[in-house]
Design a protein. Structure first.
Lengths: 561, 561
């Protein structure tokens, strides 16, 4: 008999069963829940946690990363910190054939361990990562350019929440049927037909996760853990500029796997040498049957078209839009949007780019506001958040790479600036590349400019004929190019409903009248979906049933009793 | 507010809620259950049902089919009955653009009706089809060549069960989250953040179902109802030789839709004129976002490669295998396999083709049996079932098309015949094309012959070095070309386990030691999975979570309370 037919409770499953149960409840209710506290406060994590994590991070710098993988002997060093810190970590390189062979070898015993054992081990990996969350946060900060608190939250606690969320969906999907079922059918006057049926959860094969520069953990964890818990060995290919956070992740995952008696090659790091195109080689390797990718539309589209032997999940670029019709809290609206544009210098896939405002202005609690006054209101909010360099950099962080700087330069030529980007000297990291957001005024007919993504601290206030026209533009731009987020501000229920209909039609998640502590660019695990799969910005949501159901198959056997 | 935010119970949902509840229980337990009685007996369906159904069927013949679709004015007549009956039904032709436009127009109100209303309407359609199941069975019989009882069961009751099963999975998937959720997060010393989140079930777009010649309803219904209940308008493109069963289906579906106040163009028939390639045009149409197909590997592979704008579900050809190692019921084994080879003249996608037997023979309850004795045992069982023409044709039915006849001719040249195919005159339908099964002896090295699918009443007994060798060949053939079914006969638990491991590795459903009233080519709805998606014979199972989860997306909106 194969192992998953007679599964005995795994000690790691027992240890984490309460967490899993709570997560399963959360994904069915989609209300507020979090498993990993998002505050890095000593009151939550203890007095020494932050310092210990920093020390652990610094111990990695300037040397070969301690990873027990067999490579081809060469070492990869490709990182350059947006904070100007010298990282200098070397990672063991391995070929696609070597990685896929090691992964394939690890598969059968992991498959046969069954859903509970795999869930237990994966939950223990999450727990191990959480115990080292400050180390992880430092690695995210200094590779992505996120400020510390954001790196701790988005790169640590929230990433772990999203991983747990994906794991819970996958566990629910694997266990929605029993492992075995009795079947008894009346057969005329004779004895009934009686059979025992066994339903094996069979992984697709080797999974590949291709990480991104800005959110190396948050965007990688759902795919990593959804694939792993469903039985697929995972090869983690980090972005060349953000290797460390995933190297730390792989290191602890391998520790837990080995301790639990499994082949640590179930999770492998695949650092890419310059010009090597390892991601493409892996993505088209016959053994690779699942690919998760976050990054450019160009490469995501290439993967979808060319990694045909695999199930490909992509999150790509889009045109996030805001429709401003009216508001009963003009100050709150401006502050809310200002924060969104400032956070991580707008380098989130969810940051708004196209802010659509009737060129005749809008009605507000402060009376009529002209187009210019609305634009200035948002610009002023950004200015206030970034005026003090020491406070500003804790929101903006640093610029992730030179492509953003090039766009900041290019955008000065496309329209009238409402707010200019400034260079800021980081008080703590003089080598950090810091820029404040720019806001550029466009007209509705400047389509060539605003129908492409300007990733970075760049947004447009776009004058339209009316709110109806704004909604038309939302439909057109998101319908064509996709988006991960949309927002609407209106005091008119009919406008809110029209915006909701438009959002449903172009498949984008919509936030209405955010004026307080919730921001359009932030999504809460277990409640908000990230991506919909219903427009060009992503072919899947990061965490839902559709995201996990195709990562394994059910193979049945039946025998007469 | 959009309708699915404030869904009120739909009267059709209320009418069928018990059936749906029972189906939801069945798919979570995977034991025996059926909603639609499989016996065509008057004791079940009443004295007049069979006659009424026959009359209704005959009323369609030789005239234009009564369908309220607007077409382009031309009429399609492409059917030729395997029973030699003159069908002569004309169907209204429409262009791909016309069909997709009508479908797209019908989408929004169906989407906004919400999961319960859609489920209620779909359940009412199934009920309407069930009330007309004899009419449907006749239509299946005379287009597919199935004998009547099989057409009633596989084409009627079981097809409805599979439709309900897919509908239940889809309903479970759509309703696993609430339509709205409250979210409340503590925010320091201030008031907590409070939001209301709405989760819209948004269909992918227009769905296309491409039917096959042999199982026009059974293979089409799961995709049709999974797509429809998740909000996608469905265009049904029947096989040119098996239009009537799906025309009847579309007719009743449109009736129910119209009665319930929905646009009947949510379900449209797309009959294909000779040489028109309407299926390919529709499959690549930008509005078509889901394709379900059953048929040849060549066309299924083409769809997967070319209908890139759509989610494509295919069931294709494979190499179904039987490994015979030993048995404690030689007579039962031979009778069971003989029945499988005879039923519908082996024209099932699940019929065994390659029967792998050690050339030194096997141990049985009747002592050692040589390879030749095993082959003869199976051949004799087939002969007994087909000896009497009147009884035989009720199992074999008729040959579906000339391709099968050509293969029957070709196969006489590839090996030594153990059992020759005979031409049989059907006592009731002198024009029927009836052939009994042939069994051909091959050796393990005749790979060129047995590694292609010989669809029809053709199977091979293949001499191998040992059972281990047989399992190797199962792994190699199914691993390369796929299969929908595999069977093993052995008295040795180690062999059964080895076969199960091989089946898991190549992703094929396995039946062990079938000697009674369960056959490897038959699967029971709500318990057995059909197809696994884990090998080349199909990229999905017909009814499981993975089959339904990608037919819709969740689009969220959130507002402060």
């Amino acid at each position: 008999m194969m192992a998953d037919m007679t599964e005995t409770p795994h000690p790691l499953y027992d240890r984490h069963a309460d967490t899993l149960d709570r997560a399963l409840t959360a994904i069915s209710q989609r209300g507020y829940w979090s498993a990993y506290p998002e505050s890095p406060s000593p009151r939550v994590y203890g007095e020494t946690a932050a310092g210990d994590g920093k020390v652990a991070f610094e111990a990695y710098l300037g040397r070969d990363f301690p990873l027990d993988q067999v490579g081809d002997g060469s070492t990869v060093r490709t990182e350059a910190s947006p904070f100007g810190v010298d990282l200098g970590v070397g990672y063991p390189h391995a070929t696609a054939d070597h990685l896929t062979t090691a992964a394939s070898t690890a598969l059968p015993s992991w498959r046969d361990a069954g859903p509970q054992a795999r869930a237990g081990v994966c939950l223990e990996i999450l727990d191990r990562l959480h115990r080292n969350v400050f180390e992880l946060a430092n690695a995210v900060q200094f590779t992505s350019g996120q400020a510390f608190v954001m790196a701790f939250q988005a790169g640590g606690a929230h990433a772990l929440d999203r991983a747990l969320e994906a794991l819970a969906y996958a566990y629910a999907e694997m266990t929605r049927h029993p492992g075995t079922a009795g079947w008894e059918k009346a057969a005329g006057k004779g004895d009934p037909l009686r059979m025992t049926k066994t339903f094996h959860v069979v992984p697709r094969g080797v999974a590949l996760v291709i990480g991104c520069n800005t959110f190396p953990t948050w965007n990688s964890y759902p795919g990593l853990f959804a694939s792993l818990v469903t039985g697929n060995p995972v090869i983690v290919k980090p972005h060349p500029r953000a290797v460390l956070p995933l190297a730390v992740t792989v290191r602890y995952a391998r520790q837990v796997l080995a301790e639990a008696g499994f082949d640590p090659n179930l999770v492998q790091l695949a650092p890419e040498a310059p010009g090597e195109k390892l991601a493409s080689t892996l993505a088209q390797h016959p053994a690779v049957r699942i690919v998760d990718f976050t990054g450019s539309s160009e490469y995501g589209d290439w993967l979808e078209a060319n990694a045909r032997q695999a199930q490909v999940y992509t999150e790509k670029a889009g045109l996030n839009a805001v429709v401003i019709d009216s508001t009963d809290d003009f100050g709150g609206m401006c502050r809310n949007l200002g924060f969104t544009l400032t956070l991580y210098s707008g380098q989130m896939c969810t940051t708004s780019q196209n802010i659509l405002i009737p060129r005749d202005g809008i009605e507000t609690d402060q009376g009529h506001k002209s187009f210019a006054e609305v634009a200035t209101g948002i610009a002023t909010a950004v200015s206030k958040l970034t005026a003090d360099p020491a406070r500003g950099v804790e929101l903006t962080g640093a610029i992730v790479n030179d492509g953003v700087l090039e766009r900041l330069d290019e955008v000065t030529k496309v329209g009238e600036s409402v707010l200019e980007s400034r260079t800021v000297t980081h008080p703590a990291f003089p080598g950090a590349v810091v820029r404040t957001p720019t806001i550029v005024r466009l007209n509705a007919d400047d389509t060539a400019t605003y129908t492409r993504e300007w990733f970075g601290p760049i947004s447009f206030v776009i004058g339209t004929d009316s709110t109806g026209h704004s909604l038309e533009l939302l439909r057109a731009t998101v319908g064509e190019k996709g988006a991960l987020t949309a927002a609407v501000y209106s005091t008119d229920d009919a406008v809110l409903d029209a915006a909701e209909t438009a959002a449903v039609e172009v498949g984008v998640h919509l936030s209405a009248n955010l004026t307080g502590g919730v921001f359009v660019n932030q999504s809460a695990a277990f409640s908000d979906f990230h991506g919909s799969g219903a427009n060009a910005a992503a072919n899947a949501a990061l965490t839902d049933g559709a995201y996990v159901a195709n990562r394994f198959r059910i193979v049945q056997s039946r025998r007469h009793v």
